[in-house]
Design a protein around this ligand. Sequence first.
Ligand code: 4AD
Length: 567
Amino acid sequence: MSSFHIDEATGVDTAGNGTADKPYQSLGFAIFSHGPDASYLTRKDATGTYEEPTQSSVKKAKKTAEGLEKKRQKADELERKAAEEREQRDKVLQASKKIVLTQDPSLPKPTKAKIVHLPPLRSQRVTVFGWVHRLRAQKDLIFIVLRDGTGYLQCVLSGLAAQTYEALTLIVESSVQLEGTLQVVPEGKSAPGGHELAVDYWRLIGGSPSGEDAFNTRLNEKTDPSKQADLRHLVLRGETASNVLRLRAALLSAFRQAYAANSFTEVTPPCLVQTQVEGGATLFTLDYYGEPAFLTQSSQLYLETCLPSLGDVFCVQESFRAEKSHTRRHLSEYTHLEAELAFIDFNDLMTHIESIICDAVSTLLANPATAAIIKQLNPSFEAPSRPFLRMTYQDAIAWLNEHGIQHELEDEDGNPILDANGQKKMVDHAVGDDIAEAAERQMTDIIGKPIFLHGFPAELKAFYMRKIPSKEGDKIFTESCDLLMPNVGEIVGGSMRIDDMDELIAAYQREGIPTEPYYWFTDQRKYGTCHHGGYGLGVERLLAWLANRHTVRECSLYPRWPGRATP
Ligand code: 4AD
């Protein structure tokens, strides 16, 4: 080629070759590629003609070429160094294969212990099993933070223990056995539990892949939410997710303790049922040996049947709601803590709900381990003070209007009605309206503390709720309550129940519910009826409030929502 071509508009440096068909973009790059003595022709763009570059542009381009040359040399140098290091590492790895680490029989036999039980074993030899949570190599030492589900332990591998092939190729999330002496960390240094394990023997139990398949490549802070949902089984290994689950376990246990202290008996109602509780719209239906059946929406009706047998009862059971809701607080399957109390009035019911929640929270805060988890997940958490604010439904409607909180106007099918500008039409609340999630949340967040909203209109609530006595022709309200918590909204729904048989049968009829499948429920009113009431508490919602989680999805082991039943 006589001359190399440069087209400053359409040329491409790296993909060009300097022909008229494939010109370079910059003279600097062309000189870098072919040297200062070659001949060059440049043009501004395709409308111009190729001409020899001016002296000043050649001078400038030579400088650029020198810079590029320096960069290339640096890259070559880095590549050479990396190759040397690879070679060196290969040698070390080859040599490491010959190193065999054995247990020293002259050392005292170690005690096998979980991390949580290590404090009394300081200065002794111990053996611990777990997963490599974090890993750092420094000179001839390898630092591991080991995780066994009960806690985290810093471990230091030195000498031969840090030189074996397994040590040099160890990857996070491998499972290992580590043996050594448990030492208090020197003053000024910190480690979980205040001690670390000086490892003298260890073995790899199950390795973990590197490269593309490495744990931290598959899951990290940049992983998008739907991928994270697919990888929930791996997310659970993280500190936050495992802390939420640990708190959840402690919460359930605290509730059980509170119920035991109040002489409630725990029962386990069925999940497969043939009756509805909270309306047909949210029922999951299934074929049960050729008969229609549902996944339970609530165990309430079964709990009511336990009153004459066991007295006050509670259950912790999965409930299922076929709600096409993708909100922060809806799951298709959730853990439902429900209780039923006999011979009470509506006021007793609200006082009980308040006290059972406050007792459970006190138990959690009195335990240093769970208090520490709450502090970590929700640093500004304060136990709610009693009594909780009580507000009637009608006062709430007035409150919303006074505070300018409106709701969307909807057509008969529940679709928003738009104004002339295509904006959703907003209107004030009126008695009879269902207070929507957004309005309820705004009110709760403004008030900033738990609120018992009570006395909802009968037409908004389930068939079984006891009515507040009213004059003929007046709107009918119910002895019902929702407990609202800041940041989450409704966490409890409860009510007194219709205890009169005729009234109950009329309620079935009004709702178009066939009475026959409910014979066992109706029988409660036939054989020794009583004033009674109960409630259901969404465990994930309470946990979202306690642990300050953005969504209930973080509060369930394997959350289910529309379209998601994996893993
Ligand atoms: O208000 P709900 O529908 O009440 C009942 O099911 C009653 N039969 C309970 C009873 O009186 N025994 O539900 C009770 C609570 C709600 O306050 C909410 O915390 C939770 O259950 N809940 C849900 N949690 C997550 N996802 C959903 N889709 C939920 N639906 C209700």
